[in-house]
Ligand binder design. Structure first.
Ligand code: UN1
Length: 477
């Protein structure tokens, strides 16, 4: 098997291989990928630093063209890259192809943003002086991405970083290096100058740590766990650099008595169980008012019976496997915790075996949960959700907001009054009305509040906040 190497200073390099395993069929090695060491990371950082002066002054047409070509190639290869994604991460093939299309759209969007860079010209408060406000690139950006969106999250960090003239040292999650390698290969062939984009695959404890320890990085953008996010923050304060964190969620989905039951059940099933619940925007707290509670639980349970848990590549699969043995253990530990805390297991909870050996877990629904239980407070990151019964809208809103997290918050209701009040009062970065809490657009801001996120929003034109620094220039006329 060929080894997919790291890209440092425009050269493919590295020998030691990490096996990329298919969670739907653990006998299958998806590919071999090089593992970087601290010296490789130092080389990548030095290359990105050396490439920065020229790239930061590169023409916007050059950036536009490279980003556009990259988006076009990803789109043209959506079936192949989608299949690679499904094999390395375990989301279903339609979800994986959808995510690949989203990555292409993100490159397309930022290829356009490169042509729309603008500033402001203002008069000074003093006579005969002009003021110009411009955005300049930040410098060398460290990009650290998680395993659950192997192509979309790298795209939504890489595309804006390049669009605004930064150079990159990129560490993808070691569980899913395949799609990241493919994006970097495409960008490299699309004509990015040497050193602008450096890929260092490998372990967080080695590669990630070497990035955090570097005084050269001007910014780090990170999506992943709360624990690692805190380490990114601490090291960034130490080195005086900008940082952007997207971490966990414990997203509520409120269902009110007046909800359209079909809409509520579809939104809840999608939010909690699609992509195997492995989305930071997934909903794991279904907060349901008492008038609709029993009907909702019955209808959702019926729906869960129709969802096939199976190999991600098989047609008809609704829920793929859990990503690996470690995450599966976390999920099953939480199912046990839920039982011990006194929640009622209404559906699922069991491992299942299929034709191919993989990490298959039934979608799992608890009822009679309280918001104080650990299963309601801690992010599980698996196909496990709990129903919390509440009296009315006011209690639902209070419970929805009673969490250390604040990424996405959903409500199913036909009441304009409650929908409007919820949009204003949900303590979250994103609010969804009659829609799943997960599944976001690529051209508008993404991010949360409280323990979920830190720093400026990602995506859309708001991405400029993180990836640029503002300059105010005064000139005597
Ligand atoms: C989505 O719900 O469409 O890691 C995107 C995550 C998020 C992305 C969610 N950063 O799950």
């Amino acid at each position: 098997m060929t080894i997919h190497q790291n890209l440092i200073a425009g050269e493919w390099t590295g020998t030691a291989g990490t096996e990329n395993i298919n969670p739907s069929d653990t006998n299958e090695v998806v590919g071999l990928y090089a593992s970087a060491n601290a010296q490789d990371v130092a080389g990548a950082i030095a290359a990105a630093k050396a490439a920065f002066p020229a790239w930061s002054r590169s023409g916007i047409l050059e950036r536009h063209t490279i980003l556009k070509k990259t988006g076009e190639e990803i789109l043209a290869r959506k079936e192949e890259l989608g299949a690679l994604l499904a094999r390395e991460e375990g989301k279903t093939l339609p979800e994986a192809i959808g995510e690949t299309i989203r990555a292409a759209q993100i490159f397309e969007f930022f290829s356009g943003e490169a042509l729309r860079l603008a500033g402001e010209i203002l008069p000074s408060v003093r006579p005969n002086i002009g003021v110009e406000i411009t955005r300049e690139p930040l410098g060398v950006i460290g990009i650290i991405t998680p395993w659950n969106f192997p192509i979309a999250i790298p795209a939504w960090k890489i595309a804006p970083a390049l669009c605004y003239g930064n150079t990159i040292v990129f560490k993808p999650a070691d569980l899913v290096p395949g799609c990241s390698w493919a994006i970097v290969d495409i960008l490299h062939r699309a004509g990015l100058p040497k050193g602008v984009m450096n890929l260092v695959m490998g372990k967080g404890s080695v590669v990630g740590q070497a990035m955090l320890d570097s005084p050269v990085l001007s910014g780090i953008t990170f999506t992943g766990s709360v624990v690692t996010g805190k380490r990114v923050a601490l090291s960034s304060v130490e080195h005086g650099r900008k940082y952007q964190l997207e971490m966990g969620g414990k997203n509520p989905m409120v269902v009110l008595d007046d909800a359209d039951l079909t809409v509520a059940v579809e939104a809840a099933a999608n939010s909690a169980f699609f992509s195997t619940g492995q989305r930071c925007t997934a909903s794991s707290r279904l907060i349901v008012t008492e008038g609709i509670h029993d009907k909702f639980v019955a209808a959702l349970t019926e729906k869960l019976k129709t969802l096939n848990v199976d190999n991600a590549l098989k047609s008809g699969t609704h829920i793929g496997p859990v990503v690996d043995a470690k995450q599966l253990k976390t999920d099953t530990d939480y199912i046990e915790i839920g039982r011990q805390e006194g929640a009622k297991l209404a559906f699922g909870g069991e491992l299942v075996s299929r034709d191919t050996p993989g990490f298959y877990l039934q979608p799992t629904l608890f009822t009679e949960a309280t918001n104080q239980m650990r299963i309601s407070r801690e992010e599980i990151f698996g196909p496990v959700a709990s129903v919390i019964r509440v009296k009315d809208y006011d209690e639902a809103l209070a419970v929805a907001n009673d969490t250390p997290f604040g990424l996405s918050s959903g409500i199913a209701t036909t009441s304009l009054k409650h929908a409007t009040h919820f949009k204003r009062n949900a303590e979250a970065g994103m609010v969804m009305v009659n829609l799943p809490t997960a599944g976001v657009d690529f051209h508008v801001p993404f991010g949360g509040r409280k323990g979920s996120s830190f720093g400026p929003r990602e995506q859309g034109k708001y991405a400029a906040e993180f990836f640029t620094t503002v300059k105010t220039a005064y000139t005597l006329a």
